[in-house]
Design a protein around this ligand. Structure first.
Ligand SMILES: C[S@@+](CC[C@H](N)C(=O)[O-])C[C@H]1O[C@@H](n2cnc3c(N)ncnc32)[C@H](O)[C@@H]1O
Length: 440
């Protein structure tokens, strides 16, 4: 039995769990690949990711094929169809073999009753494919597999850039590295990569950022185990600029896990007075510890709710605070395509409230003359400028530090009244938002 054949049902089960339980695809895949050999595990992952990436395009296709409303289909049936549609798009296997295999996968699992339905829908698609693909292709949101609410938000918040961003969200994200500024430079590391047979380029606007020509296993990267390079999107690497780090400062990374930006801060200013990394999720915080061990930096780790300083803060103000707030993550959909399936418009309202609460709490821990950087990996106004506008309405001691005053900010991102928005795809970056506020 080929890896792909044996992979279809477990891949669909992982996707169905994302749909049914709202858990992340990574977590759902862990169970689906358990006990598989590497070839089968890789086939399961690739089918599940392909199905999730194309999910909303597949929904538009299925809407033209199924007599039942697509959203009422059982998650496993829906997932089996998405896996098959992804395989048809991928075109590595003959179309009729894909349909036969999808029907067999349905029969082999709890969706056996729906095998006839799966067969009928997919065969009809094969007959009517050119016309259906042409219709779906005319709708930019469906073509780029964006749920309607994300497409509508983009058109409302970023009307001029909406179609470029939709396309970017539907593309493969490059693999970016941050090289350790304490030990090397981007150019020197490029040579190490070249010796290891790995093609890469630098982005001159963001020092220490290296873009790999092709994603690779981190174990192949020279000095990775010793922290010489870390995987980090170029947009995330920009966080260090508005922070304006200096020797002797006490810095709080308020939502720190898994520690990508904690490591960035530690590498860029080695003379900090103290670096404190807080995260509410102890398991995720443990990753900060692992990254600190690999990257040879130290930070005081505190598993706590940053919105409740009374429970853990010793009362000594911080000179710099990075609040990399929990957000919808729409800016990193390229890397986590399941965000499309797991988030909804209603989440933005809840997140807006959480972000405001975290911002007010972080502000209470900032020293006078200190600076707080509010960051997210999303592009919605609701989670970015609206959070800041609301906060600034009441915080009389807060003053925006305009992006023009951020020393060393690369020529990236769109200005808004408070900060900068890097949109997904710009310079190969994920979507990030940054604003800096200082305390009078
Ligand atoms: C965007 S991620 C942070 C990414 C991290 N700064 C990095 O660069 O690797 C947001 C983090 O906020 C944490 N978080 C959510 N609510 C929190 C709270 N109330 N207090 C502290 N951390 C929180 C989440 O557990 C998550 O790890």
């Amino acid at each position: 039995m080929s890896s792909a054949f044996a992979a279809r049902l477990p891949a669909a089960i992982a996707v169905a769990r994302v749909l049914g339980e709202g858990s992340s695809l990574d977590i759902c895949l862990q169970e689906s690949v358990a006990g598989s050999d590497p070839a089968r595990a890789s086939a399961i992952r690739s089918l599940a990711f392909g199905a999730v990436r194309g999910y909303y395009r597949h929904e538009a296709i299925l809407g033209r094929l199924s007599s039942q409303p697509v959203e009422r289909l059982e998650p496993l049936v829906r997932a089996l169809l998405s896996v098959a549609l992804f395989e048809l798009e991928d075109a590595r296997t003959p179309a009729y073999a894909i349909v036969d295999a999808a029907v067999d996968a349905a029969k082999a699992g709890p969706a056996a009753r729906a095998a006839g339905f799966v067969n009928a829908v997919l065969r009809r698609y094969l007959r009517e494919r050119p016309a259906i693909d042409a219709t779906v292709g005319r709708d930019a949101a469906a073509r780029h597999a964006a749920p309607a609410w994300i497409a509508a938000l983009l058109r409302a918040d970023w009307p001029e850039q909406a179609s470029t961003v939709l396309a970017a969200l539907d593309s493969q994200a490059p693999m970016w590295l941050r090289v350790d500024a304490r030990r090397t430079t981007a150019d020197a590391y490029l040579l190490r990569l070249r010796d290891a047979g790995i093609g890469a380029t630098v982005e001159p606007r963001v020092p220490y950022a290296v873009r790999l020509e092709e994603a690779c296993d981190v174990r192949a990267l020279p000095g990775f185990a010793e922290g010489l390079a870390s995987v980090q999107d170029i947009g995330a690497q920009c966080a260090v600029v508005p922070l304006d780090l200096r020797p002797g400062l006490r810095v709080l990374d308020a939502c720190a896990a898994p520690g990508g930006k904690t490591g960035l801060i530690a590498e860029r200013e080695t003379g900090l007075g103290e670096l404190v990394a807080v995260d509410v999720d102890p398991k995720r915080l443990a990753k900060v510890g692992e990254n600190a061990a690999r990257g040879a930096f130290s930070a005081r780790l505190i598993a706590a709710d940053a919105a409740d300083p009374g429970a853990w803060w010793d009362g000594r103000p911080f000179d710099r605070i990075l609040l990399d707030a929990p957000c919808s993550g729409l800016g990193v959909i390229r890397r986590h395509p399941d965000i499309r399936l797991r988030k909804s418009l209603a989440d933005l309202t809840k997140l807006h409230a959480v972000q405001g609460r975290l911002l007010r709490a972080a502000w209470s821990m900032l020293a006078s003359g200190g600076r707080l950087v509010y960051a997210t990996c999303t592009f919605t106004h609701r989670e970015n400028r609206d959070v800041l506008a609301r906060f600034l309405d009441t915080a009389r001691d807060a003053l925006v530090v305009p992006a023009q005053a951020w020393d060393g900010w690369p020529d990236l991102g769109a200005a808004d009244p408070f900060g900068r928005q890097i949109l997904p795809g710009e310079a190969g970056a994920d979507g990030f938002y940054y604003a800096a506020i200082t305390k009078r």
